[in-house]
Design a protein around this ligand. Structure first.
Ligand code: ATP
Length: 268
């Protein structure tokens, strides 16, 4: 039954000049879950993500959203259906204030021209909604700060708010904690948890401590294929998962860190 899943892929394949980067991937994302896509460097996570968000065209296979085949649709069309991507690609204008950035996002989401908002009442409503969104990501006091002056973690929070302005049903997050210090990471974990209320989230995330704290379900990719799937406890106890992480480069670098039992304990 397709309908129980918000998003499904069926035998998804992406080849780059004969190199199979994504190999027969069948994903099933359940309504309301925070679902992570993990795996060692080069596993195919970004490529899968780019296929789902229509940045890349699959070589073969299907993508279904609420049972509907969306494989041929473009990014803008899937965004209108409620599939919205955030993070990694900076979607904010650096020389506008935080409030102005949200306003632009809201106007874009409404697809409305400036003239629609010209009446005093509409403008008031728009500003109210801007402030709600800023508050929801903890940025109310920075409403009139120019974006370029915001600390990195706050910029990411602003990006998330501009994404939430689109009212996504399925929120796709590309490495939300990338490049962050531990304080910002904790803030983003709290933000994502809040943003996930009433919607489904699919995230690519290297930080396995974040995954263990946030995610209901995890798909592990290795060499372009699904290795296993389950909750963090199940996945972290799977010797094949530890093996692919350890074998990836053995450096202990980002992405080569194996899922650990400590993370499970930290999450409890
Ligand atoms: N445009 C491209 N052309 C050729 N090969 C590509 C292209 N994009 C990705 N690849 C290859 O596909 C494989 C999967 O890459 P991908 O970036 O999806 O992995 P990843 O799991 O996101 O890795 P990382 O954790 O390092 O970001 C890699 O071997 C990569 O070199």
């Amino acid at each position: 039954m397709s309908e129980q899943y918000v998003l499904e892929t069926r035998n998804l394949v992406k080849e780059f000049k004969g190199f199979v980067a994504v190999n027969d991937v069948n994903l099933q994302i359940r309504q309301g879950d925070i679902h992570a896509l993990i795996g060692p460097n080069g596993a195919g996570k970004t490529t899968v993500f780019n296929l789902l968000t229509k940045f890349l065209i699959p070589t073969r296979g299907q993508i279904l959203y609420r049972g509907e085949d969306i494989t041929p649709l473009k990014s803008a069309a899937i965004a209108r259906k409620g599939i919205v991507r955030s993070f990694q690609i900076s979607a904010v204008f650096p020389h506008m204030t935080a409030l102005e950035n949200i306003r632009v996002a809201l106007q874009t989401a409404e697809g409305s021209s400036y003239s629609f908002w010209k009446s005093g009442h509409s403008l008031h409503k728009l500003n109210e909604r801007c402030m709600e969104l800023l508050e929801s990501v903890g940025l109310a006091e920075f409403a009139n700060t120019t974006t370029v002056e915001l600390a990195y973690g706050r910029k990411r929070a602003l990006e998330l708010a501009t994404t939430l302005a689109m009212e996504p049903q399925l929120l796709l997050l590309d490495e939300p904690t990338q490049g962050m210090g531990s304080e910002d990471v904790d803030r983003v974990v709290a933000l994502v948890r809040k943003a996930a209320q009433g919607r489904t989230v699919l995230m690519v995330e290297h930080n396995l401590s974040v995954v263990s704290k946030l995610c209901d379900r995890i798909t592990v990719l290795a060499q372009g294929a699904v290795l296993t799937e389950g909750d963090y406890q199940t996945v972290s106890a799977d010797p094949r998962v530890r093996e692919v992480y350890m074998g990836s480069d053995g450096s202990g670098e980002r992405g080569a860190q194996a899922p650990s039992q400590e993370n499970v304990e930290a999450a409890q």
